[in-house]
Design a protein around this ligand. Structure first.
Ligand code: PEP
Ligand code: MG
Length: 799
């Protein structure tokens, strides 16, 4: 290709934008191509612009659209790949440029087009998956040298229209008769062209991003959990005797019940009874008379248990699909789970433990609670799922077991190959498939640092969290499962700074019963006593949605009907929870925490309900702590701004920096596109924390931070300096927080905090905090020194 300088200067970007716009509005191929050739001719200042498309024989091109050639030539001019400059562009899959076309050895004259009048030519092939599906050509009457940018522009235009051409030819199928369809499909196949679904198939991706669900780093071989059994597709031969088939079905039902019972027990033992609830629902279905008798009737009719399952399932699905309410519609999923279990038993495929290699990375469509009962979890190093968020049931299990996990990794199922090595970074949400030696070594080092640090620090758990100058800071843990209590013990947290109760509700897919809540909270209070347990009332909605009857999807769920707002309008459920918390207060040192308070009225409203419930309980002679502290979370800027008024009427503050950062900076905490803007060390967030701490101090009430910020090494010195009494973080981070606290001098930390409040950017704050970790000697810490060094150096480099 020869591109010599000398042609018009083009506004490349606008041309491409215009072509892209035509293409994006395309609904008729001829019209689209007509518009493209008009535009390109005009913008390239060419006398002719044409599009030739490849015929299904892959050997010829036909003129489909032109501006400048005789219009009658459309559909008539047909040339072989071996003919002319246009054929050359298609055959060699490259752009052909010539100043004097008639002198080019490949030149060929087509009388229908009147082409002899044109001198210079530039032809770019339309390529889809290495197949030339057409050619975009421009010609000029007078001799002209096309510049390199002209060639590139034409190539890019060709690239833009190629998929549209492809798509249009496929979509055209629906308008054809079956005969024609078959022919076109055969033609397309012959062309080796991708069919519709393949068109979008991306090349294999090896670096994927998902939702950081459970922290830690795992490196190991991939174990791909198979897709659930497809009842319609499995091969099944029924018993030749109808009575035998009916008996087989009964046996399968019975086996499924036994199986469920085992799973329920195993999960209950491992994770606490609250998680067995999911399996209760399944058992209920298996024992439902309607379900079972429908199955029996269908098997009597068809003599085929698989057909019976399929029919009954379809009937239920049809009914469920008509239900508007999401909660009830979702019950169909439970039915399908149950039917698959029965089918498995019909086939003799008992749900048994899947043999796993040591240190496997499980890759599945969803992380399901059942996986934890079926898999040998001690062999699971990490978990990745295509779907699901950080609050799915399975995610809760993963966190509880401290298994690094990343959920919502779109494309992982397609990209992953069983047995290959994968890296799961549960803190950042990154997954790397088949990493090269350098990347693997890097992660191995990080993993090693992480594990060693956790181990060594746990051994020091009994040391007090006290600054060098003798100031105590309470270090507590955030938990949500009974099973998490062992983490509190293992990592030496001084209590529970945040007990997230919504996990129980999510496991139930609804508001749990009062009695069940009471059992759970009392048990937690008893186990922890006399250490404090801060139980937060249900913080549902936003990203923790529960399929409730009256809750429709919202435009802005984070600003919508969530948390305390939702509970105040579901008063019965709220009263049930508050009663359960009050009753549990008799068993230990319980505090009640209200999330997302944004006004004083909300606090007053809850206090009235609590006062009423106290009277009720007293009347019934039920024990509770009359002085149970009621605190609020500061996680909305309005609450921080009126902290003084709120502090006057509540017993403690707990600052939820996860939400406070989100609402102060207007950055969705779950949106990866704005993740870079999500910065708890932003001076605006610090100013609100400072204001809340001062208000708490002025009214003599304790104040803690329970957002993730409390366990961030850079934030800890600043939070201590701002005067926080308590930091509540992920239990496994508590030992690290303690080492940092112990290396600080409160006076110095306070000076840093004052400077941070004067800073203009989060970068300045990070440098300040990094400097403190450095001067406190923490970079030489035998356990966490090298890990902190990376954090400090990154903060200094990036600020
Ligand atoms: C917070 O917002 O900081 C908090 C602790 O609550 P959650 O993360 O559960 O919203
Ligand atoms: Mg919150």
């Amino acid at each position: 290709m020869s591109c010599t300088p000398g042609a018009a200067i083009l506004d490349r970007v606008t041309v491409l934008a215009d072509v892209a716009s035509i293409v994006s509005r395309s609904h008729d191929l001829r019209e689209t191509l007509g518009n493209v050739v008009d535009l390109v001719a005009k913008r390239l200042d060419a006398d002719v612009c044409s599009v030739y498309l490849t015929d299904p024989d892959l050997k010829h091109l036909t003129l489909w659209a032109t501006r400048g050639l005789a219009l009658e030539a459309i559909g008539k001019v047909r040339l072989s790949f071996t003919e002319g400059l246009v054929g050359l562009a298609a055959r060699e899959k490259r752009t052909v440029v010539t100043r004097r076309a008639s002198e080019h050895p490949a030149y060929r004259y087509f009388p229908e087009t009147g082409e002899e009048r044109f001198e210079s030519l530039m032809a770019a092939p339309l390529i889809v998956r290495e197949v030339p599906i057409g050619v975009l050509v421009v010609q000029t009457m007078h001799e002209r040298s096309f510049e390199r940018p002209d060639c590139e522009l034409l190539q890019t235009c060709a690239q833009l229209i190629a998929p549209v051409v492809m798509n249009a030819r496929l979509l055209d199928l629906v308008t054809r008769s079956d005969d024609q369809k078959a022919r076109v499909v055969a033609d397309l196949a012959l062309l080796g062209l991708p069919l519709l679904e393949e068109r979008t198939a991306p090349p294999r991706r090896t670096d994927l991003q998902g939702i950081a669900t459970s922290p830690g780093i795992a490196i190991g071989p991939v174990y791909r959990l198979e897709d659930p059994l497809d009842i319609s597709a499995v091969e099944y031969t029924p018993n030749p005797e109808p009575a035998g088939e009916a008996a087989d079905l009964q046996r399968a039902l019975e086996a499924a019940r036994r199986e469920l019972d085992d799973v329920r027990e195993e999960v209950g033992e491992r994770f606490g009874p609250e998680f067995a609830a999911v399996f209760n629902t399944h058992m209920q279905i298996l024992e439902d008379h309607g379900f079972v008798s429908r199955l029996e009737r269908a098997v009597a009719l068809t003599g085929n248990a698989r057909e019976a399952l399929r029919k009954v399932l379809a009937a239920y699905r049809e009914t469920f699909d008509k239900i508007e309410d999401l909660y009830f519609r979702e019950r169909a999923l439970d039915l399908e789970d149950v039917a698959r279990r029965v089918m498995g038993n019909l086939l003799g495929v008992r749900h048994h433990n899947v043999p796993l290699a040591e240190g496997s990375i499980i890759v599945a469509e969803h992380i399901l609670p059942a996986h934890f009962a079926l898999l040998e979890t001690e062999k699971v190093a990490g978990i990745v799922s295509e779907h699901g968020g950080a609050t799915s049931h399975g995610a809760l299990f993963a966190r509880s077991l401290e298994i690094p996990a990343v959920t919502g990794v779109s494309g992982i199922l397609e990209a992953v190959r069983p047995g290959e090595i994968a890296i799961v970074d549960g803190a950042s949400g990154r997954v790397h498939l088949a990493p090269d030696a350098r990347l693997r070594a890097e992660y191995e080092r990080a993993q090693h640092r992480y594990e060693i640090a956790v181990e060594h620090l746990d051994a020091l758990k009994d040391r007090p969290a006290e600054t060098r100058d003798g100031h105590r800071v309470a270090l507590t843990g955030n938990v949500g499962l009974l099973n998490d209590l062992r983490l509190i013990e293992r990592h030496g947290a001084e209590g529970i700074g945040l007990f997230r109760t919504e996990l129980l509700a999510l496991a139930h897919r609804g508001f749990p019963e009062e009695a069940e809540q009471e059992r759970l909270y009392s048990r937690v209070a008893r186990v922890m006593a006399p250490r404090p347990v801060t139980i937060r009332t249900l913080d549902l909605g936003g990203d923790k949605t529960l399929p409730l009857m009256d809750v429709e999807p919202e435009e802005n769920p984070q600003l919508g009907w969530r948390s305390i707002r939702l509970m105040l309008s579901h008063e019965n459920a709220f009263r049930a929870q508050l009663r359960a918390i009050l009753r549990a207060s008799a068993s230990g040192n319980v505090r009640c925490l209200l999330p997302l308070v944004s006004s004083i009225e909300e606090l007053r409203c809850v206090k009235l309900i609590v006062a009423d419930l106290m009277q009720e309980l007293a009347k019934q002679g039920i024990a509770f702590d009359r002085d149970m502290p009621i605190g609020i979370m500061i996680e909305v800027p309005s609450a921080a701004l009126i902290a003084d008024a709120l502090a006057r009427e509540c017993d403690f503050f707990s600052i939820g920096t996860n939400d406070l950062t989100q609402y102060t900076l207007a950055v969705d905490r779950g949106n990866e596109r704005v993740a870079k803007l999500y910065e708890p060390l932003h001076p605006a967030v610090l100013l609100l924390i400072d204001r809340s701490v001062r208000a708490a101090a002025a009214h003599g009430i304790p104040v803690s931070v329970c957002g993730e910020m409390a366990s961030s090494p850079l934030a800890v010195p600043l939070l201590v300096g701002l005067g926080l009494d308590e930091l509540s973080g992920t239990p496994s981070a508590v030992p690290i927080m303690k080492e940092i606290v112990r290396a600080l001098d409160r006076g110095e930390a306070a000076r840093d905090a004052r400077c941070a409040l004067q800073a203009s950017t989060a970068g300045e704050v990070r440098v300040l905090a990094a400097g403190r970790l450095r001067t406190a000697g923490l970079l030489d810490h035998p356990e966490i020194g090298s890990w902190l060094r990376t954090i400090v150096e990154t903060a200094e480099r990036e600020s």
